[in-house]
Design a protein around this ligand. Structure first.
Ligand code: ZN
Length: 303
């Protein structure tokens, strides 16, 4: 009898330990699963937000979506400026139309291919890069510089909720990128592109405040007046990218085309040779990297 009671007692004791232990274990697993889901959801949200601004811009065009001209507030100024020239061939003073290919978000698994194509056509472009510490990306920053392209800043983290939290967080992120790029390439970058553009609607800081900061620091920012349409998170064909990028190109004396350098954006790479060929075939048109001579296309400004 005693032995039986003892055994029952032992069983009870084990159960008393096991039940809370397994409850804790289940709760812990649940927490981890939820945590991972939350992280993933946040990441997707960030990506969505990033692509939202330019995509919305495409859908705002009067032609109903695919013409690829950014029609947000500030760009009207660009159009007005150009209508002063009698609506004739929109060219700059020297009679040459300037076109700037700009690639955001790199370096990526596609940067090498983009650089190869640019080299093949002897075209210089501008890369608005982010901060990537991994070893495999370091030679790409250097290649951009060595091959004569303009290395420019997009943001270190590209995390909207961090960069646009406050002026301080914006400055911290940009400074981190500037120093990182200097250490990697020896170039002290002065050209910026705000993630989502200066007309983004996600910033919790008044964008005019951030623009004022850049001006104080003698830095410039560049938005775009043509969207290639490759910001979309869904699939876009190379044909559509070429079409979007060239449809209204000839109405701008200076055209800044928004494109992306990302591992999953293969259509951009695929579109690039044809896009370059079509632009090079346009009369009195030059493909150039951004320099101090480039007209700063701004969606919003402090002027
Ligand atoms: Zn971006």
């Amino acid at each position: 009898m005693d032995a039986e009671r003892d055994a029952r007692f032992q069983l009870m004791k084990r159960l008393l330990v096991m039940i809370p232990l397994s409850t804790i274990l289940i709760l812990l697993t649940l927490c981890i699963v939820l945590g991972v889901n939350l992280y993933e959801a946040k990441r997707e949200l960030r990506e969505l937000r990033d692509s939202a601004a330019p995509v919305m811009a495409v859908s705002q065009t009067s032609e109903g979506g695919e013409s690829g001209v950014y029609t947000a507030a500030g760009v009207d100024e660009v159009r007005q400026g150009q209508s002063d020239e009698d609506g004739a061939a929109a060219e700059t003073g020297d009679g040459v139309r300037k076109v700037y290919l700009t690639f955001d978000d790199g370096p990526s698994g596609n940067t090498g291919r983009i650089l190869d194509i640019l080299a093949e056509y002897d075209v210089k472009a501008t890369f608005f890069v982010v901060g990537k510490e991994e070893e495999r990306y370091q030679p790409l920053y250097k290649r951009i510089v060595e091959e004569g392209h303009t290395l420019a800043m997009h943001s270190y983290s590209h995390k909207y909720n961090e960069i646009y939290q406050s002026k301080e967080s914006f400055v911290e992120d940009l400074t981190k990128l500037q120093e990182f790029l200097y250490n990697t390439t020896g170039v002290w970058c002065r050209y910026c592109r705000f993630p989502g553009g200066s007309s983004n609607t996600v910033s919790r800081v008044d964008m005019h405040e951030l623009i004022a900061y850049l001006e104080e620091q003698d830095m410039s920012y560049f938005d775009w007046n043509i969207v290639s349409g490759d910001a979309t998170s869904g699939y876009i064909s190379a044909d559509a990218i070429v079409r979007n990028s060239t449809a209204n190109l000839q109405s701008f004396p200076e055209a800044i085309i928004l494109m992306h350098d990302a591992s999953d954006k293969n259509s951009t790479v695929e579109a690039l040779p044809r896009l370059i060929e079509q632009i090079q075939a346009m009369e009195d048109t030059k493909l150039l990297p951004i320099t101090d001579d480039t007209e700063e296309i701004h969606h919003i400004s402090n002027d």
